[in-house]
Design a protein around this ligand. Sequence first.
Ligand SMILES: [Zn+2]
Length: 179
Amino acid sequence: MAILTLRTEGDPCLSKKCKPVVAYDAKLARLLDDMIDTMRDRDGVGLAAPQVGILRRAFVMDAGDGLVEMVNPEIIVADGLQRGEEGCLSFPNRGQGYVERAEHVVVEASDRHGDRYRHEGSGLFARAVLHEVDHLNGEVFLRLITEPPEDYIKEKEERERENKRKQSATGRRARGDTE
Ligand SMILES: [Zn+2]
């Protein structure tokens, strides 16, 4: 187990196109294990090899439905549209930005042994896959940030108000207050 040093804004590794992985060996397995440790240590949803200074096409992610490793990924389908905010472990000072992404993806990738699998997912899974594949092409989320549309902001404010209402109701119950 090892926590790797994260490359951050300004590091040239974050703007280079990565080369395919050719050797499915112990070195790759160690890299993936260390990337998983590093991602979990930072509470990240995903981490790509260039973010730890390795210019190879591999990333790890966990969008809440289990850990996935993708080596030499290829996006087969990216369709629909999702609206939302995302951030990046390599840009801790930038916070979250509004980025529109495809809602659903099908991606083919190798595991650490070189066996090819197809993965399909939507929502956060699709967002994370697209964010990580961008890293492998030397692209980062900053270039995709746009102003959130008016109705998106309204919906978000409503959600936050609703959450606050729920939280204060829970708080009252916890203190034994009557409603
Ligand atoms: Zn990132």
